[in-house]
Structure formats: C-alpha cells, structure tokens
Write a protein that binds this ligand. Sequence first.
Ligand SMILES: Cc1cc2nc3c(=O)[nH]c(=O)nc-3n(C[C@H](O)[C@H](O)[C@H](O)COP(=O)(O)OP(=O)(O)OC[C@H]3O[C@@H](n4cnc5c(N)ncnc54)[C@H](O)[C@@H]3O)c2cc1C
Length: 286
Amino acid sequence: MEFLRPTTWAEALAAKADQPEAVPIQGGTDVMVEINFDVHRPPALLDLNQVAPLRDWSVDEGGYRIGAGVSYTRIIDELGEAMPGLAQASRTVGSPQIRNRGTVGGNLGAASPAGDSHPPLLAGDAVVEVESRDRGVRLIPAHEFYLGVKRSALEPDELIKAIRVPAARGPQYFSKVGTRNAMVIAVCSFAIALYPEERRVGTGIGSAAPTPRRALEAEAFLADEADWHAPLDEAVLRRFGELCSGAASPIDDVRGTADYRRHAVGVMARRTLGWAWNDYLGRRAA
Ligand SMILES: Cc1cc2nc3c(=O)[nH]c(=O)nc-3n(C[C@H](O)[C@H](O)[C@H](O)COP(=O)(O)OP(=O)(O)OC[C@H]3O[C@@H](n4cnc5c(N)ncnc54)[C@H](O)[C@@H]3O)c2cc1C
C-alpha cells in the first residue's frame, strides 16, 4: 500500500487528482478500523495530518470555519459556546482517545447515517467546503451533502477542506440514544437549533434513515404554529414530535428496531424542543 504524505493543501489536492483511489486519512479512527478488519485495503493512503491549515479554525462575520482536521476535543474546548449543538454531539463521540483523534471532517468523509456530527450540522445550517485541484472550491450545504448510506456528494478527486458553521443564534441541543452511556454508536439521534430572530427551528435526525436528514414538515409546522412570546403549547410539542418521528425512515438492525427508532426520534424531538424553548424564554426574560 502506498503512503502519500503531502505537506501542503496544494500537494494534497494534486495527489487526490492524480490518484482518486487514494483514501484520505485524518484521525484514522474510521480508516484504521476498516484496514485492521480487512474491510477495505486501499491501494494508497493519503495522510492529511501534515497539512497544517486543516487543523485551524477561524471566525468572521459569516460565522466559523472549522478545518476538516480539527478534533472533537478542540470543538468541545474551543467552540462549545459558539456551536453548543455540535459540541454536545462531539462530547458523545467514542472515548477521550477517539475525540482527541477523530474529526468532523472524518465524520463527513465516512458519511455514516449514525455519525454524531451530522444532526447538529443539519440543524445548524452548516456548509461543507470541498475542493479539487481541477475545479476549485465547492460549497455544499449539509442537507445536500448526504446522498445515501456512507455516500456523499464528495467527488473522487475532491477533499473536504473545512466546515462552515454559523454561530448559534439561539439555543441548540443534541440528544442521542445508545445501548449504553458511552462508547456507543447511536441507535438514533436528534439535534435542534432555534433561530428566534427568524422565528424558525432547524432539525437534524441521525441513524434513523439511509442518510442524516432534516424533519422539514416539523420545521414548517413550528414556524407556523409557535407563539414565540409564550411557553410552547403541549399540543404543539406533541405534534412536532410526531412530525419528526414521521420524517424518519429507519430500519431494524442489531442496534434497534425501526419502530423503536421512530418512537425515540419523536421523544427526543419533543424533549430537545422543550429544553431549547425554556432556554430561549429564560434568555428573553433575563
Ligand atoms: C472506538 C470508536 C468509537 C467511535 N465512536 C463514535 C461515536 O460515538 N460517534 C461517531 O459519530 N463516530 C464514532 N466513531 C467513528 C469515528 O471516530 C468518527 O467517524 C470520526 O469522526 C472519524 O474522524 P477521523 O478524523 O478519525 O476520520 P478518518 O478515519 O481519518 O477518516 C474517515 C473517513 O473520512 C475520509 N476523510 C477524512 N478526512 C477527509 C478529508 N479531509 N477529505 C475527504 N475525506 C476525508 C476518510 O477517507 C474516511 O473515509 C468511533 C470510532 C471508534 C474506533
């Protein structure tokens, strides 16, 4: 197996353009597992760890730009206030060792429907910045990035450069159901983001459909029905949960049944909306 070690972004893009079959490796917490278990033996690995800009994040008036190689630990420690939903999801990933190595870039590269970063990226209006040597930069909204089980909009000659995440404009929450409390792949998960100025919510459902997805009908329902000056009506909360549940199209597998997943998505949607709404009203009153 060839081991390519570019030291600049331009070299990395050139290597991917010349050898599209080369598999990028950042934290390696997915790639190395697949190689160790012989799931996949790529002809070449493209190690991105020497490409320093991938490990940077920055902020401007458009929001945050997180390099694809920024670890979960750093998102939790350095960006927790700006993007609480993504930070909460990051806290649930694996163990401290996995969070030190693993990255959101790698989560996107793997595009597993169970990846924990996807629901908050969807709810938080994130955009994935990808680039190829021959066609330059493409900005792909998170909701257009996921195409199927472990399939994304990334072309074979493209690399993920960064994730653009607007600073939270209201409360955000992430919730995950697992078969135990830590080191667990989601049975299903849910993220919510409130945008009080726009009177809308963003949602993200994880591990309950072939791809991570938003609950669009539930978002539209809340935009129409919620009274942003008062506690949420029980009936509105319940209907929101039902619509989120209906947006899922889960399967039965070793981690859980489709019925359970549909039910749990509804419960998480209701709960996270309730928590977020309480925070929102609390902040207004303060
Ligand atoms: C013990 C253990 C526990 C885990 N727990 C969780 C969990 O709780 N939640 C969860 O979501 N995941 C979990 N994972 C999976 C993994 O940690 C995450 O998916 C992580 O985000 C992968 O990041 P990485 O940097 O290690 O990616 P890598 O393994 O380096 O790469 C993952 C994929 O992304 C591609 N890739 C990497 N960087 C780029 C780039 N810049 N451009 C294009 N493609 C790229 C790779 O080619 C590969 O296909 C766990 C893994 C292990 C081993």
